[in-house]
Design a protein around this ligand. Sequence first.
Ligand code: ARG
Length: 476
Amino acid sequence: MADILRGRRLNPMDDSALKITSSVDADSRIMKKIVYVNAAHVRALERSGLLDREIASELLDALGKELDGYRLDYRHEDAHMCLEEDLRSKVGEKAGIIGLGKSRNDQVAASIRLEAREELLNLAKSIASLLGSMIEVSKSHTDTLFIGMTHLQPAQPITASHWVLNYAESMLRTVERLKLAYLTTNISPMGAAALAGSTVPLDRLYTSHILAFDGTVDNTIDAVSSRDFVIDIMYAISMIAFDLSRMSSDIIVYLSLGYIGLDDRFVSTSSLMPQKRNAVVAEILRAKSANLVSMLFNSIEISRMLNTSYNLDLQEITPKLWSAFDEIVSMVNAMNLMIKGISFNEEFIIGIARGLLITASDVAEYISMNYSIPFREAHHLVGEAIRMTENNRLPLAQNISSLLSGKVSISQQAIENSLDPQKSILNRVTFGGPNPEQSARMIANMNLQLDKLNTWILSEEKKIEKAYELLFSKEW
Ligand code: ARG
């Protein structure tokens, strides 16, 4: 095999060394983007007057011919050299100009950035769909009683809608993190060449523009060294995984308590115990989230130990990024389907809510606010009444009433009202709280944010699509 790189200087590399240093396996993911970067480079060379239009056009045709058809061979080290070799077989030695003013160092960074921005948009789409499902579920459950926990103990009444919306809000913040990662990703390193630019008068802004980048990585050393955008993405992905894991744990607990139901398609049973409905998808999502955090650490660790500028260590980070994208998209999609099929066992919840005394704080607030009793005193009084109830089995309202008698005149009915978990939801006045009016406001807001997100995704996708179309066109 003709050695395109080692030329007339070096003897062939040992096969084992080639195999361990080659990136062809991971490169298939960015092959198309490598072609786009090369097409942009051809246009930049043409624009600088170094390549006449006819040859440029021949090179563009050859490049664009079979975007998916490049054969990757580890003996060429990586996809970048495979492409150059392929081009040479198609157009002859004039393909060699493609290496002028460009190195694999800026080319690989550019290709990873192009692929990553699309994968970010793809992930954002999956999240948008999950958010859409959460909004749908929340809409139909603004007054479905649910039991909020602290310390994994029954705490206060909420609604199913309020519960689901809490994940949606958190997930919306992860979208902001994805957008930030998009900003650090979508800048062009092209023209930096190996690290110090070149003597070739290439217009870096032009190359950046025709690849629909939002700007350039200015310093040429930084352009080839930096993989912080990968870490930004991995962090954003880890935070999404974090949310999915937290949701999964909650789903597992609530399913176990019988508060919620999951569609049959998302539970498994036991080979021995036929009564089992195990939330195995949620369990796997929880474990997979740990894998994603490890990938983040792994990328940080590889980057951390490097000297500035290109080192082949960077090549080991890239496949982690693609695996992280694949994992998180499948995880978000699985959660989406699980949430769509979630049901709330409202009757059961109403039945047990009272016995869990989750409105004890409501009655303390009621007494404190209406009878000028300091909250701490009211809290103690209700606490005492709870102890009495545990001992004498009389209803809590009755025990509260007897503790208050002689101090304030309060009807037992009023106490009963404020102990009613369903009424408690309506009595809550806090902005952002579980009152159905608040849920309706938050759902409307969430819908607005979702529209914005979808508009952003679409406009970025259009920009990219148009740029790629023009790359191979004969419009100069
Ligand atoms: N295969 C390399 C990567 O994926 C491309 C850049 C190689 N550059 C070099 N000077 N060997 O990062």
